[in-house]
Design a protein around this ligand. Structure first.
Ligand SMILES: NC(=O)c1ccc[n+]([C@@H]2O[C@H](COP(=O)([O-])OP(=O)(O)OC[C@H]3O[C@@H](n4cnc5c(N)ncnc54)[C@H](O)[C@@H]3O)[C@@H](O)[C@H]2O)c1
Length: 255
């Protein structure tokens, strides 16, 4: 028995990184998973990995910044498995690293279009489906530890992740009485493929960053995924509107 047995849902940006780990973890926990990514090939690959491990998955290409694509994802889950029980809205991009005095509006717009507007469209259409079904549902949004503190040079990313938490908490309050839960994970630095490559090629630079984290290491993507699954599971049935930092204690120190 898995904690998500019989549940159906979707994970955005699950062609790689935390999203792929999340899709795999939801499937391992027993859920039917719609994998989606802007990259069709990697989305298909994640779905194949799930099926090869004995799970149930379909894939659909989707630009997470697009409202129609977010609606289509909800409709696809319902078409495949009859209902939507959970969603992990994970898509998000980073920003150029430079002081605010040198930032350009077009970068802010590009980042906000995916990290904030896309998240809003996703939550909007998922909540509409939950409300139509009338028996609850759970959402987890990927924010960041950058959503609970500042970070020099990353003003558009930091601001977008604070917005994700504002959206998460407001949505949670609006639908709590309907038995629907909306939470966020706030990953600290996580060893996705890109960062894993950097760790291997630049071990000293990795150690310098890791040594500032209380647990002295970065997270595995699977550690973020397990938290996302738990937040969407019946085990978290009284948890809503929360921003759960999975960061090896990084936010304790507030740097
Ligand atoms: N990796 C970290 O250290 C870290 C830390 C804090 C927060 N986060 C957040 O976690 C989430 C996932 O991060 P990650 O590092 O795993 O991502 P990533 O950079 O590894 O990308 C994962 C996937 O996102 C897809 N993608 C990019 N733009 C998309 C779009 N418009 N629509 C759909 N898919 C798109 C890519 O094709 C890729 O497969 C993001 O919201 C990110 O901000 C990551």
């Amino acid at each position: 028995m898995g904690i998500m047995d019989g549940k159906s849902g979707l994970v955005t940006a699950s062609g790689g990184g935390i999203g792929r780990a999340s899709a795999l973890a939801f499937a391992r926990a027993g859920a039917n998973v719609l994998v989606s990514d802007i990259d069709e090939a990697t989305a298909r690959e994640t779905a194949e990995l799930i099926r090869a491990a004995g799970g149930t998955a379909e894939s659909l290409v989707a630009d997470a910044s697009d409202e129609a694509a977010n609606l289509a994802l909800v409709q696809a889950v319902v078409a495949h498995w009859g209902r939507l029980d959970f969603a992990h809205n994970n898509a998000g991009i980073g920003s150029p690293n430079k002081p605010l005095t040198e930032q350009e509006g077009e970068d802010w717009e590009r980042i906000f279009r995916i990290n904030v507007f896309g998240m809003m469209y996703a939550v909007k259409h998922q909540l509409r489906q939950f409300l139509r079904q009338g028996d609850g549902g759970a959402i987890v949004n990927s924010a960041s530890t950058a959503g609970v503190s500042g970070s020099t040079g990353l003003s558009p990313y930091v601001s977008s992740k604070w917005a994700v938490l504002g959206l998460t908490k407001t949505a949670a309050a609006e639908v709590a009485a309907d038995g629907i839960r909306v939470n966020a994970i706030c990953p600290g630095a996580t060893l996705t493929d890109a960062l894993q490559g950097w760790k291997e090629s630049s071990p000293d630079a990795y150690e310098a960053v890791a040594s500032r984290i209380p647990m002295r290491r970065m997270a595995d993507a699977a550690e973020q995924a397990d938290a996302a699954v738990w937040l969407c599971s019946p085990q978290a049935s009284y948890v809503t509107g929360q921003a759960l930092a999975i960061d090896g204690g990084d936010t304790i120190l507030g740097h």
